[in-house]
Design a protein around this ligand. Structure first.
Ligand code: GAP
Length: 463
């Protein structure tokens, strides 16, 4: 089972502290969201899993953390200043602003307003999605020399550091650079909770290889990400691939495969149930070329007169100099988190006929791994023992102590937030130095000696 719709996750998130609407006490700010105590843990677990997999478990990828505000020339030569835009139309009847490429057509082939159904729309015009800012305290708002942008992708910070990483890490092709960080886009139609927001987080790999190896490397990353997403607990039945058409490809891409997730299972039309979770592009040698000082046009003029470096690569084995091709798997943290929550969402009816929500997260993803619950909170010895157990578990796994309700209520609360194990301390624990470990998914209980508890849980949390 998975969530019937995104709304179910929105209310669970707000109720339990995964995600809140941003600036809520001032009426919010369109499509901005804050991660609460559980959301930040879940997002950190996703990022840690990605980083472990791409940086630590492989031997060919280095990490990076580049700036959010870069020299404006980065966006000039990357092509973002001229092409990073959405086609915008206004509905003349209901005044809604819409993205032309997302609208349906009627039987006569005319675009239809998704808000009121009218076909009375303006001509499309390009709207650049980059957020503008000015740099320097003395700068006037309209001073073009002070203009800068908040990065709309983390990728460019990697390309302009290609030579730094290459020289300092003494790498040879193929190798990659990985980065996790915020990106900003002034989206025309943000929405669907954290699916499309104006501020979001990306996890990007730029993998540099020889041009002739690029198609194979591309496919390896597509297959690799299929597996990684499933390792987070996302079911393969809710994932599929989409090959972008020539018209859809970004200006830098030769081939892009999107991995889609079934974000909208409630939609009748099966084709409309799916949307992009991440994209894996073959960016060719476009990026390293455009940021290099060397390439010239037919008349011998430098194509990039502002760059001070040539970002080509010298292969000592073949004595060749060339611009590496780049394979780019680009994953959104927010969309991954939403997919992980939707896939883990389950309902179960107990003996009394009450329906309970259980978030069947993989233990690795769970914000809290174990909750320690005293069965009698008015008995100081039991409370003391439970608090001590929590403290002893904490260095090896995220543990909490909770005595704010009856045991049934405490179990239900932990099930709903995905805690895989609850440890109950009772009167008998004082006699036999053992506790009850309850499993979130089966509701089965096992008696475990306190001396063995930590290793018992470590095995189960990592399985
Ligand atoms: N560097 C390539 C790049 O940025 P993209 O397809 O525009 O490619 C990559 O973005 C991923 O970033 C998307 O697949 C999605 O997961 C995430 N993403 C993009 N725009 C987003 C938005 N407005 N809100 C949330 N996530 C977004």
């Amino acid at each position: 089972m998975s969530a019937p719709n995104i709304e179910t996750i929105v209310s669970l998130s707000k109720r339990r502290g995964f995600v809140y609407p941003a600036s809520d006490i001032y009426g919010g700010l369109g499509s901005s969201w804050d991660y609460g105590p559980l959301g930040v843990e879940l997002a950190n677990n996703i990022k840690q899993s990605w980083w472990n997999w791409v940086v630590y478990e492989r031997d060919d990828i280095e990490g990076l953390d580049s700036s959010i505000i870069l020299n404006r020339n980065v966006w000039k030569y990357s092509g973002h200043e001229t092409t990073f835009s959405d086609p915008l139309v206004d509905c003349r009847d209901c005044k809604t602003r819409l993205r032309e490429d997302k609208l349906d057509k009627n039987d006569e082939g005319k675009l239809v307003c998704s808000n009121c159904g009218s076909t009375n729309l303006t001509e499309p015009r390009a709207f650049n999605l980059m957020f503008r800012t000015t740099v320097g305290a003395a700068s006037a708002e309209d001073d073009p020399t002070a203009l800068a942008y908040l990065r709309p992708e983390t990728a460019q910070g990697i390309f302009v550091n290609f030579k730094n990483v290459l020289d300092t890490s003494r790498r040879k092709l193929p190798f990659g650079i990985a980065q996790i960080g915020k990106a900003f886009r002034n989206e025309v139609t943000p929405g669907n909770f954290i699916f499309r927001t104006r501020e979001f987080e990306q996890m990007e790999i730029e993998y540099f290889c020889r041009p002739e190896d690029a198609p194979r490397v591309h496919q390896e990353w597509i297959d690799g990400f299929d597996e990684w997403l499933q390792s987070l607990g996302i079911s393969s039945a809710n994932l599929k691939h989409y090959e972008q058409t020539r018209e859809e490809l970004a200006h830098y891409s030769e081939r892009t495969v999107d991995i889609l997730y079934r974000f909208f299972p409630e939609r009748e039309d099966e084709a409309k149930q799916w949307d992009e979770l991440m994209g894996i592009a073959n960016r060719t040698d476009y990026d390293l070329r455009v940021h290099s000082k060397k390439p010239e046009d037919a008349e011998g003029n430098r194509l990039n007169p502002d760059s001070t470096e040539d970002l080509s690569y010298f292969d000592p084995q073949t004595n060749e100099r060339f611009y590496p091709y780049i394979i780019e798997p680009s994953t959104g943290v927010n969309r991954t988190l939403l997919a992980v929550m939707m896939d883990a969402y389950t309902e179960r009816t107990n003996d009394k006929g009450e329906t309970r929500v259980i978030l069947k997260l993989k233990p690795e993803m769970a914000p809290i791994k174990v909750a320690v619950l005293p069965l009698a909170k008015n008995k100081p010895e039991i409370v003391e023992m439970a608090r001590k157990i929590k403290k002893e578990l904490q260095p090896s796994m995220r543990a909490v102590y909770d005595d704010t309700g009856g045991i049934g209520k405490l179990y239900a609360r932990q099930d709903e937030i995905g805690t895989p194990f609850c440890v109950t301390v009772d009167h008998q624990s004082l006699e036999d130095n053992a506790v009850t470990v309850r499993d979130r998914d089966t509701w089965e209980q096992a008696r475990v000696s306190i001396d063995q508890l930590r290793s018992h849980l470590e095995v189960r949390v990592s399985s």
